[in-house]
Design a protein around this ligand. Structure first.
Ligand code: VGL
Ligand code: ZN
Length: 206
């Protein structure tokens, strides 16, 4: 691994773990790996999906909206999700075992009602920035590694954007879990490969 590499720990939150509102299968399995991996990185940045109650990605904020169906938003198609990661709720907290005491900064995303934000860099309109690019450039990060949830949504979008922003981007796949909605995992893997994202295993570091 290069020095001055950043580890992005994507959305390792209660609602994405078993028992949560938008539980990812085995989501909690990434926690011990994320905890061990972060000791090997110069810069560690956990992200939090962080939605207001009236968020437009919540199915129950749309008349007759079915969870996991697609709707058209001004910025393109958007999946309607079960209500999750509501600001201030327990579900929005990091998994209780995730080590965040030594995190350099925390990125919150998805707090604008009208736009969802899968990526840690850009919201789903692909123009509104979270500020992470500027932060990583100022810290002179030369590579970005990603772990967390969900591999086929927020990890994928973040990895693709990291590559587009000019960082060498690597997903540590065994420290991720996927939702896998209608082939979304296969699509995500293809998209990441096309964007030049690299893949590694936690065993390469530990
Ligand atoms: C996520 C769906 C909705 C994720 C966030 O973290 O992958 N997925 N909000
Ligand atoms: Zn969300």
């Amino acid at each position: 691994m290069k020095n001055n590499a950043a580890l992005l720990m994507i959305d390792i939150q209660t609602d994405f773990c078993p028992g949560g509102a938008l539980a990812v299968n085995e989501g909690d399995a990434v926690v011990p790996l994320a905890n061990k991996l972060q000791q090997h990185f110069e810069i560690t940045v956990p992200t939090q999906d962080w939605h207001p109650s009236d968020h437009s990605s919540f199915a129950d904020n749309h008349e007759g909206g079915e969870p996991f169906s697609l709707i058209d938003m001004p910025y393109g198609p958007q999946v309607l999700w079960p209500r999750h990661c509501v600001i201030g709720s327990n579900g929005a907290e990091f998994h209780t075992d995730l080590e965040t005491d030594s995190s350099d900064m925390i990125i919150r995303k998805g707090f604008r009602s009208a736009i969802d934000s899968y990526s840690a860099f850009f919201e789903n309109d692909k123009t509104t920035q979270t500020g992470l690019t500027g932060y990583l450039r100022e810290r002179e990060a030369n590579a970005v590694y990603l772990v967390g949830l969900a591999l086929d949504f927020c990890v994928c979008y973040s990895a693709v954007d990291a590559a587009k922003q000019g960082f060498e981007a690597t997903v540590i796949t065994d420290a991720c879990r996927a939702i896998d909605l209608d082939g979304s995992l296969d699509n995500a893997m293809t998209e990441m490969k096309n964007a030049g994202v690299n893949f590694a295993s936690s065993g390469d570091f530990l």
